[in-house]
Design a protein around this ligand. Structure first.
Ligand code: C2E
Ligand code: MG
Length: 691
């Protein structure tokens, strides 16, 4: 029986790949027969030497620099080296080097696996002198990838096989280049190249096809599920911070996928499809995946058109700002504004930010666009001040790229100085997701901005998965709860609890809370009951041009915000039934009892009424279209546990009812048709118990 150690030994000795083990200084300790044979040297000539002896002087110095930088910082490196055999012949090798660590994480050895470069052979077929390898990353270049796809197409035509191509483009790369410099950006590219190589199978190919663009050729199992799985892995691999001297950077990528034979039958058209799909991913804001479809193609065209049209948008004076008020729930007054940018396109009309902000981010225009917004906001405030209006803080949205790029604090200082406005009149809004992309950088930036006296808000809160400890360390003034939570706060007990918890937590940390997307009075009143500080939403005020805002600031809101509930001594009864004549009959019957009576003809309205008013007792029909009475009262139990809930129903629903009563959703069941005096007595009893 052969021991596992012996098997390992055999595996290495007999391997058809060349293998070399060195110590941490690069001194060769072991070389396997395959590699020894390829080199043409004897064992004695190699052991104890440095692999430099194989060098042919044909590999660019940057390749070695990238290699050492990767392996010395503990990462694997994959690339091409051109070496020389003892007899003087050149050999092109694809090399994979892995550092080996001890228990403390110190590098003790390096292990290299080498294979003869098949691409180098293909390069001869293509005419020999064509450059095939990208010197920075050691990956094949575009020409090589095209040749690779062509040869695969020839092979698969006969075998009737499928494969997939993936185009992966790093988002907003020139902004990164500007920020960290070319050398560091190159370092990022070579790190990402290694990660891509590591993420795919040995039989797949990875090429660098453009400045910040890679193409992956996936030979086996190009099923949708596999491609989605792989994309997710790639996105995570890219997303992991890249360590650089003096910190680290985080990048994202847009991925486009095309499949053979589904999307094209030759290399160029397949590559075109992957690029269209990738552009479509970019136009959705980047950091995502798209498969090629005709609609992705159309989206890519629209994106390209927007990209060129957006170029001089500032010089052509086509940007507009709308302002949306924020309302204080204690005073009912406007307490601030948010500036929201629009593009007044000469032919397409007003374009929403969701369509052009991603374009501006990708092209790097976002930095000048955001500066324009901040400058315009300050100029507008100074005009309002000159007109004698009170100065309110205005929120300005900052994108991730602007937050990180350039020198935001000095831009702010300059703009505040030229307009003579106080720093507190600006409140920069940064989305939670943006902050979470690179928390350590966010902490530094936030502190620098706060030091200027400018306020900060954490936007879209609830969507970015930040932790409590993170929030407590982030020095922001307020948090803005995302509209997706606010939307169903009156109907969905879970979201209502989340919002209540966010508010309580934020207050504990001494942050103000703004709820965005308030579209009904019920939502506003429920938020007030949870002690939310401010609200922003269409129900009270839509984003409006500055003239209309000036009118609002002078005359107040047309829709008043109730800042108090009805006195708790007032007995309020909610009646719910989809048949108006039954509602009227009930109302007439109970009118004399002195209650304040509210009516609703369906469950959704009932929940809205409950949110807007303090109600003690509810009488609901069971059989209603949409939400049944039991379903309604179950939600009411979760949202307003102190209410008394009575159901009016026929005996046929009795088993459902017993269950609802047992679960505590329903307090009393009264059968239809009801007996007037008995009903009155039950309701009186319900109010008495509530007190
Ligand atoms: P945001 O910061 O979350 O802005 C709030 C968005 O919610 C605005 O959309 C606003 O019109 C909308 N909204 C407010 N109340 C309601 C409501 O009751 N119901 C609904 N359904 N929506 C409501 P808008 O103006 O389309 O802006 C969308 C996003 O674009 C903003 O989201 C912000 O992230 C971005 N954005 C807007 N202006 C700028 C800017 O100047 N610079 C940057 N970088 N991003 C901007
Ligand atoms: Mg915002």
């Amino acid at each position: 029986m052969t021991s596992i150690d012996e098997l390992f030994h055999l595996m290495v000795e007999r391997n058809t790949a060349g293998m070399v083990l060195t110590d941490r200084n690069g001194v060769i300790l072991y070389i396997n027969p395959r590699q020894l044979e390829a080199s043409g040297y004897t064992l004695d000539e190699v052991i104890g030497k440095n692999p430099r002896i194989f060098r042919a002087g044909e590999t660019a110095p940057e390749v070695y620099a990238a290699m050492w930088s990767a392996i010395l910082s503990g990462h694997n490196w994959h690339g091409e080296l051109t070496n020389r055999r003892k007899n003087g012949e050149l050999c092109h090798e694809l090399v994979h080097i892995a550092p080996i660590h001890d228990d403390e994480g110190n590098i003790t050895h390096f292990f290299a696996i080498k294979e003869e470069n098949v691409y180098a052979g293909l390069s001869h077929l293509l005419g020999g002198n064509l450059a095939t390898i990208d010197p920075l990353t050691g990956l094949p270049n575009r020409a090589m990838m095209v040749a690779e796809i062509q040869s695969l197409l020839q092979a698969t035509e006969k075998a009737d096989e499928a494969f997939a191509l993936m185009c992966l483009d790093l988002d907003a790369f020139h902004a990164l280049n500007d920020r960290v410099g070319n050398l560091a950006a190159d370092e990022v590219l070579s790190r990402i190249a290694v990660r891509l190589r590591e993420a795919v199978r040995q039989s797949d190919a990875v090429a660098r096809t453009g400045g910040n663009e890679f193409v992956l050729l996936l030979r086996s199992d190009p099923s949708e599920a596999m491609l989605e799985e792989l994309s997710r892995r790639l996105i995570t691999a890219i997303d992991t911070p890249v360590p650089l001297q003096g910190g680290h950077v985080t990048v994202t990528a847009s991925i486009g996928i095309a499949r053979y034979p589904l999307d094209g039958s030759d290399a160029e058209s397949l590559l075109h499809c992957t690029q269209s799909a990738m552009s479509a991913a970019k136009s959705s804001g980047g950091d995502c995946v798209r498969f090629y479809t005709p609609s992705a193609e159309a989206q890519a065209h629209a994106f390209a058109d927007l990209t060129s049209a957006l170029r001089d948008v500032i010089a052509r004076h086509e940007l507009r700002l709308l302002y949306q008020p924020r309302i204080n729930l204690k005073s009912g007054k406007i307490s601030g504004l948010e500036a929201l940018v629009r593009w007044q396109h000469p032919t397409e009309g007003l374009i929403e930010p969701g369509r052009f902000i991603p374009v501006a981010e990708e092209t790097g225009l976002i930095v000048s666009l955001s500066e324009w917004v901040i400058g315009a906001v300050l100029a507008q405030q100074s005009r309002w001040r000159a007109d004698g209006l009170a100065i309110l803080p205005v929120g300005v949205n900052l994108s991730l790229r602007h937050f990180r790029s350039g020198d935001l604090p000095s831009v702010l200082t300059r703009l505040l100085a030229t307009t003579g406005m106080p720093p507190e009149c600006l409140e920069l809004e940064i989305s939670e997701g943006t902050m979470m992309r690179d928390p350590s950088q966010a902490f530094i930036m936030v502190d620098r901005i706060k030091a200027l006296g400018v306020r900060l808000a954490l936007d879209d809160f609830g969507t970015g998965l930040s932790s409590l400890s993170y929030l407590s360390r982030l020095n922001v003034d307020s948090i803005k709860i995302d509209k997706t939570f606010v939307r169903d706060i009156t109907t969905n007990p879970v979201n209502a609890s989340i919002v209540a918890a966010i508010i309580a937590m934020a207050h504990k940390l001494d942050r103000r809370v703004v709820a965005v997307g308030v579209e009904s009075e019920g939502q506003a009143m429920q938020l007030r009951r949870h002690e939310c500080d401010e609200i922003q939403g269409f129900y009270y005020a839509k984003p409006s041009p500055p003239e209309e805002i000036a009118t609002l600031l002078v005359h107040g809101l047309s829709q008043q915000v109730r800042t108090e509930d009805a006195p708790s001594t007032e007995q309020t009864l909610l009646l719910v039934d989809d048949e108006p004549n039954i509602l009227n009959a009930l109302k007439r019957l109970l009118h004399r009892e002195g209650y304040r009576i509210l009516l609703a003809t369906d469950g959704a309205t009932a929940l809205e009424v409950l949110a807007a008013h303090r109600v003690q007792v509810i009488v609901s029909d069971h059989r209603m279209p949409g939400m049944s009475g039991i379903e309604l009262l179950s939600r009411v139990r979760d949202l307003y546990p102190h209410t008394r809930r009575i159901i009016l129903s026929g005996y046929s629903d009795i088993s459902l009812l017993t269950d609802a009563i047992n679960r505590g959703a329903v307090w009393k069941f009264i059968s239809k048709p009801w007996e007037d005096d008995a009903l009155k007595a039950e309701i009186r009893h319900a109010f008495a118990l509530r007190e």
